[in-house]
Ligand binder design. Structure first.
Ligand code: SMG
Ligand code: MG
Length: 377
């Protein structure tokens, strides 16, 4: 296949969340999403593909943020794909490698090219990546509340919706007691895990070991992104498996963290590692090393969630992912076939491309800006 980049559009979409989502780094009340549309010209035919950038409005989860992602795509990434050899999804990462960092921006571009390429070939993402199941178990991520009663009522609602695993956001002052009470509510069998989004330090290791009594599946990213040694210390001290999220930004960081004993499970987020193809390489490495993985979430719309469900159908994804229903965050999605949870599972999309169709009239109503990038070539 010999494809040329014929057009690139950057769209900013604003979606209100059905309720605020509070983590140790702040509260999200709406999502400012950057979408990338590419038109590929293949054998005289034009085919559109869409990608979703998972960067948040502010650089509080990681260094990236959505304004910066839009700028870097416009001024530094797209120009590198215009001149030179034909464009293919497999070659995007290599062609963008001279630009340091910005994995979420790079991932969005690669995703759009991949979507167009797969649509052209009539192939779905799950098959392209090597997925082996037609549905994946669904977990839900539950934010921090003002009171334990509010937390328990939210968790009860998610149990009623059939989620198979609960993840609680924690921070200093909101950890042992909320976890104890939720464990009491959900019983000993239900999967439960916690995510601190870097809110603790090495001096908290003893305190974090108190979570051992709740039989958690894992503790996610308690310490700073850079603190690989601290996570290894915690992993030695605690019975709860340590799982890295923010620290894993590439195949190489994953390999190092495993070797150093800093992560016993890995949360794979395609945006954080530069795309779905790097995500698959991390999956393959983890299978090889016997490290379980699961698919994280960044409050994606139906575009990113469809692709995440496809990724999670690979055999190494042995733990439920943060692939909750569209209605967990959004009253109305921008796709015609939003993710739903049935018997605790999400269906793996089988349609060509990433596995979604856009609700274009609705997308237009939530679009705040749209820019066509000048392709000089
Ligand atoms: O997409 O269902 C989702 C949210 C999952 O908790 C989630 N994501 O650190 O894993 C994480 C967070 C990052 C985003 S918080 C605004
Ligand atoms: Mg996390």
């Amino acid at each position: 296949m010999s494809a040329r980049l014929a057009e690139v559009e950057l769209r900013r979409v604003q979606l209100a969340l059905v309720s605020p989502f509070r983590t140790s780094f702040g509260a999200e009340t709406d999502r400012d999403v950057l979408l990338v549309r590419v038109a590929l010209e293949v054998d005289g035919e034009r085919i559109d593909g869409w990608g979703e950038c998972v960067a948040l409005r502010e650089p509080v989860y990681s260094a990236e943020f959505v304004d910066a992602a839009e700028l870097v795509i416009d001024e530094h990434l797209v120009p590198r794909l215009v001149d030179g050899p034909p464009v293919s999804a497999a070659s995007v990462a290599g062609r963008l490698a001279a630009v340091k960092g910005h994995p979420m921006a790079k991932a969005a571009v690669e995703m759009a090219v991949l979507d167009a390429e797969l649509r052209h070939r009539g192939e779905c993402l799950a098959r392209h990546l090597g997925g082996t199941v037609d549905r994946v178990p669904s977990g839900v991520s539950v934010g921090i509340f003002d009171s334990i009663d509010e937390l328990l009522s939210a968790v009860q609602g998610y149990l009623d919706e059939g989620y198979l695993r609960i993840k609680l956001k924690i921070e200093p002052g909101w950890d042992i007691e909320p976890v104890r009470r939720v464990r009491e509510l959900i019983g000993p069998e239900m999967g439960l895990q916690v995510d601190a989004n870097t809110a603790y330090g090495r001096s908290d290791i003893e305190h974090l070991c108190r979570l051992d009594e709740f039989d958690l599946l894992l503790i996610e990213q308690p310490l700073a992104e850079e603190d690989i040694v601290g996570h290894a210390q915690l992993a030695r001290a605690s019975a709860t498996p340590v799982c890295l999220d923010e620290s894993i930004v590439s195949l190489a960081t994953a390999a190092d963290a495993i070797e150093l004993g800093a992560t016993q499970i890995i949360n794979i987020k395609p945006g954080r590692v530069g795309g779905y193809l790097e995500a698959r390489r991390i999956h393959d490495l983890c299978v090889d090393r016997g490290v379980p993985v699961w698919c994280g979430g960044m409050l994606e719309t139906g575009i990113g969630r469809a692709a995440n469900a496809a990724l999670a159908s690979l055999p190494g994804f042995t733990l439920p992912g943060d692939i909750s229903a569209s209605t967990r965050f959004y009253a109305r999605d921008i796709v015609t076939d939003p993710i739903v949870v049935v018997d605790g599972h999400v269906a793996v999309p089988t349609t060509p491309g990433l596995g979604f169709e856009l609700d274009l009239p609705h997308l237009d109503t939530v679009t705040r800006s749209s820019t066509l990038i000048e392709l000089s070539s």
